[in-house]
Design a protein. Structure first.
Length: 332
């Protein structure tokens, strides 16, 4: 507990008042003559002086102990904060109202390669680190922060590291210029370069995979198999655009996965179902089945022989299929 100066004065004043009132009352009741009273007063004053010194000493030591504990707690807190900041990839900057740096977290050296104390030797505008193509956007963002004190704003842009490399970052800014403890604009910056590059790589692979699938002569599709449910009517995860050639809309097929069963030749339904169950029972192997299917919903007399290839991934519960049109068969 912190002992304030006013509390010290109060405790000492209360002690002195009680000592004087109680002591004088006691002396007047016990003294036999004036000489005895004078001698006892001298003794009382000496004891009071010693006790006063002792009380002040104890109060001072208590105050010193309290301040020592507070300083140790503050130092420990600062060490924890520094350890968190130095080992984090999230950067912290504090700017003045004009956008010049007033503080940079130590991990700036590790993440971007800059000297985190460079701002102490010269005035450095934070906009000097922004990618030239994002400079106007960053200027507008800084102006937006200045105009909205106390609120947190989020931005995504590119900055340059010490070697001129491009970094994709997400920025959270908060205007605390009116906060006496900060008096600045606080920026928390997270480096998302790896995430952005991974996302771009995944998108490129997706487009490559999609283009390959769309150039296949057959129709690739994939369903999600749920134990205990009919796999022929399982939800469709992917359906190649080639399916539109069948004359049925893709949306209709996605909405009703079992729609195509209505156009399988009745004599081949059991054969198709057996192939589905065989593929699920033997994951990791390719199962094939040939059946009759009419592609023109307006002319059910026209049938096509389709060859179905099925492959089941047991871990993902995905059944991937592909069918190709073998030949045309006209039924009388």
């Amino acid at each position: 507990m912190k002992i304030s100066p006013s509390r010290v004065v109060f405790i000492f004043s209360l002690f002195a008042l009680l000592w004087i009132l109680v002591g004088d009352r006691f002396l007047h009741l016990t003294a036999q003559d004036l000489a005895t009273l004078t001698r006892q007063h001298s003794i009382k004053e000496s004891i009071f002086a010693v006790l006063s010194i002792l009380l002040v000493y104890l109060l001072a030591k208590a105050q010193e102990y309290t301040e020592t504990q507070r300083r140790k707690a503050l130092e420990a807190s600062e060490k924890r904060f520094r350890a968190l900041v130095e080992n984090s990839r999230e950067l912290i900057y504090i700017l003045d109202a004009e956008g010049y740096m007033r503080y940079a977290s130590p991990n700036v050296a590790h993440v971007l390669g800059y000297d985190p104390l460079g701002y102490t030797r010269e005035r450095i505008p934070i906009l000097s680190f922004v990618h030239p193509e994002d400079r106007l956007y960053a200027e507008a963002a800084l102006e937006d922060l200045v105009r909205h004190p106390g609120t947190t704003q989020e931005y995504s842009l590119r900055i340059l590291d010490h070697q001129g490399g491009v970094r994709y970052v997400r920025v959270w800014g908060r205007n605390l210029l009116n906060d006496p403890a900060v008096q600045g604009i606080v920026l928390n910056i997270r480096d998302e370069t790896e995430e952005v590059r991974l996302k771009k790589d995944l998108e490129a692979q997706y487009h490559l995979f999609r283009d390959l699938l769309e150039t296949l002569p057959g129709v690739p599709w994939q369903i999600l198999v749920t134990p205990g449910e009919d796999p022929l009517r399982a939800p469709i995860l992917y359906l190649g655009p080639q399916a539109a050639r069948s004359g049925y809309g893709l949306e209709a097929l996605l909405r009703d996965p079992g729609l195509y069963l209505k156009h399988v030749h009745p004599e081949d339904l059991d054969l198709l179902a057996e192939a589905f169950h065989r593929a699920i029972a033997q994951p990791g192997t390719v199962q094939e089945v040939t059946f009759r299917f009419f592609l023109d919903p307006n002319d059910p007399s026209q049938w096509r022989w389709l060859k179905h290839s099925l492959y089941y991934d047991e871990e993902a519960r995905h059944l991937t299929q592909g069918f190709t049109q073998n030949s045309f068969l006209a039924l009388p």
